[in-house]
Design a protein around this ligand. Structure first.
Ligand SMILES: CC(C)(COP(=O)(O)OP(=O)(O)OC[C@H]1O[C@@H](n2cnc3c(N)ncnc32)[C@H](O)[C@@H]1OP(=O)(O)O)[C@@H](O)C(=O)NCCC(=O)NCCS
Length: 264
């Protein structure tokens, strides 16, 4: 997916995706089918390259395929690795939308809902975890801004498929998206306004994205959950943990998200 929106450089045993100006920031990952033993010097090399290019220092990988990288990143010391359960849809379990909530997929003309979806993601990811919080409509409305041209184009050409949960006045309360590439898709950016959590919106949004993928004969559907507690939400609708992802970003830096929570 990053290849569509980034230039690519091979740096030692890593593939580095360099996002375009104004687009999303990306990361380095171990080369597919490449060296499985990665040393501290390899990590230092790719981080030096990222600093030279003045892009965020971030590495993502699957622990089971590159188990030595965790120690190498730990030894280098400037990045904080976060474990993220990697899950694949096995047997979809349907869920009903909560009462008085409409869940639907966005159409290219839904510019206001696209803006609402982005604002909910911004507020949702600023308040981590699954607990109910005070942040709601006011915070969402202050976060509203016009969607970028890139987002609108991707919505129009089907590169992202976005679901929103709305109340009866059409206000976005929760959202999520999937990003199909060929016949595989990743669910990302699932977020519920903190004041609206623990009512089934997150599960219903994800189930709607799964339904959309299946309706378009796209499978597998995978995602990375931000934590074990978030993984429970996905387990309830049929996702199973298959591996362990890692996202390592600069210490003390609170990212908008990782592979499962980034907001393409
Ligand atoms: C993760 C997140 C999207 C979940 O959204 P949500 O709308 O609260 O999700 P749900 O309501 O479907 O499920 C959350 C919990 O509420 C419970 N719940 C669902 N409906 C309920 C109801 N009617 N009454 C009581 N509890 C309910 C679920 O069982 C689940 O409980 P658990 O913690 O014991 O597993 C939300 O917490 C969030 O935005 N977090 C920050 C962003 C983030 O990390 N996103 C995920 C990236 S992978």
């Amino acid at each position: 997916m990053p290849r569509l929106h980034a230039s690519v450089e091979e740096v030692g045993p890593f593939t580095l995706f360099i996002g375009r100006p104004g687009g999303w920031p990306y990361y380095a990952r171990p080369q597919l089918g490449g060296k499985t033993i990665i040393a501290l010097a390899d990590v230092a090399l790719v981080l030096a390259k990222m600093r030279e290019l003045q892009i965020p220092t971030s590495i993502e990988w699957v622990h089971e395929t590159t188990p030595t990288l965790l120690d190498a990143v730990g030894g280098e010391g400037s990045l904080q690795p976060q474990e993220v359960p990697l899950m694949v849809l096995e047997l979809p379990i349907s869920v009903e939308a909560p009462a008085n909530i409409e869940i639907r997929l966005l159409r290219p003309s839904d510019r206001d809902l696209l803006a609402g979806s982005q604002a909910v993601q911004q507020v949702g990811f600023a308040v981590r975890g699954t607990a109910i919080g005070v942040e709601g409509a006011a915070e969402r409305d202050s976060a509203l801004k016009a969607p970028t041209a890139q987002e609108q184009e991707m919505l129009a050409n089907g590169a992202i498929r976005i679901a929103v949960a709305m109340n009866d006045t059409g206000q976005v309360l929760a959202t999520g998206r999937h990003i199909p590439i060929g016949d595989v898709t990743e669910v990302v950016g699932v977020a519920t306004l903190p004041s609206m959590r623990r009512r089934g919106l997150g599960a219903a949004i994800t189930a709607a994205l799964v339904d959309d993928a299946r309706a378009n004969e796209i499978k597998p559907v995978f995602l990375t959950a931000g934590s074990e507690e978030i993984a429970r939400v996905y387990s309830r609708i049929g996702f199973s943990r298959v591996a362990t992802g890692y996202v390592a970003e600069r210490r003390g830096f609170e990212p908008i998200g990782h592979i499962g929570t980034k907001t393409p």
